[in-house]
Design a protein around this ligand. Structure first.
Ligand SMILES: CC(C)(COP(=O)(O)OP(=O)(O)OC[C@H]1O[C@@H](n2cnc3c(N)ncnc32)[C@H](O)[C@@H]1OP(=O)(O)O)[C@@H](O)C(=O)NCCC(=O)NCCS
Length: 220
């Protein structure tokens, strides 16, 4: 079956394209997950296209919906996570929950680099963004980000931060559509279970150093 599929792909796309694609995939596998890009943009009112999408700040009463449609937290954990410094924003369409993004002005945990992230004063950090697989490619993530940036301005914040794995092309596209620009990047690697994180590099590397607080050997 695998061979038959491969033959069909080569027929449909041509040998060169399939070869290039496979090489790209292998390269991605080798280098995947080793650089986090941090992007930033100013908090200001940003208009969004007229759509049927509804954007709202999550409340405790959204817990069941979140657990069912997003599924990354149980209803109880979802409720526990909502605090003054940690909010969650949702995008719904016709009563169906399609997207969730978490936003923190206080610290949040970044599992990949085993560090707490603390956005600079006057700013907030967007993380754990997720669009349901059956709703991807409709511009829902950029729509959510534009709304988040507008609310940040209303809240009197100056900047909104976000991080993305360097190999997450769909996410990078969506984030740049919402006007975010690269501020600094952090490379990391694991050898024999030991994690090494390089110093941040890029135009705002100094901010990066204050942003990332590595857990000192403690398990979270
Ligand atoms: C990254 C993610 C949030 C993007 O959400 P989205 O609402 O689909 O965003 P967009 O509609 O703007 O699509 C962004 C890109 O995804 C790609 N895309 C389009 N349709 C897609 C589909 N059906 N499935 C997967 N990706 C698709 C396209 O490259 C698109 O950009 P383009 O329209 O310029 O070509 C979503 O893919 C997701 O939840 N991924 C898993 C979790 C994740 O990576 N979160 C981000 C952490 S920073």
């Amino acid at each position: 079956v695998i061979l038959r599929k491969a033959v069909a792909r080569v027929r449909a796309r041509g040998l060169r394209e399939v070869w290039n694609l496979s090489r790209e995939r292998i390269r991605e596998q080798i280098s995947s997950g080793d650089t986090l890009l941090f992007l930033v943009r100013s908090a200001e009112h940003v208009g969004t296209d007229d759509t049927s999408l509804i954007f709202k700040q999550a409340e405790a009463s959204d817990a069941e919906l979140y657990a069912r449609d997003i599924g990354t937290d149980s209803a109880a954990t979802f409720q526990r996570r909502l605090t003054v410094g940690t909010r969650c924003f949702l995008v719904t369409d016709g009563g169906k929950l399609l997207h969730a993004s978490w936003v923190a002005t206080d610290r949040s945990w970044a599992r990949e680099i085993r560090a707490y992230l603390v956005p600079p004063p006057g700013s907030e950090y967007v993380y754990e963004s997720f669009t349901r697989a059956d709703a991807r490619g409709r511009g829902i993530y950029p729509f959510a980000l534009k709304n988040i940036v507008s609310i940040a301005a209303k809240d009197g914040l100056e900047k909104v931060w976000i991080a993305v794995e360097a190999d997450n092309e769909p996410s990078k596209k969506a984030i740049s559509k919402a006007g975010f620009e690269l501020a600094f990047e952090v490379s990391y690697r694991r050898r024999w279970g030991r994690l090494t994180i390089d110093a941040p590099t890029g135009p705002e590397a100094e901010t990066g150093k204050r942003f990332i607080h590595q857990a000192q050997g403690r398990e979270k």
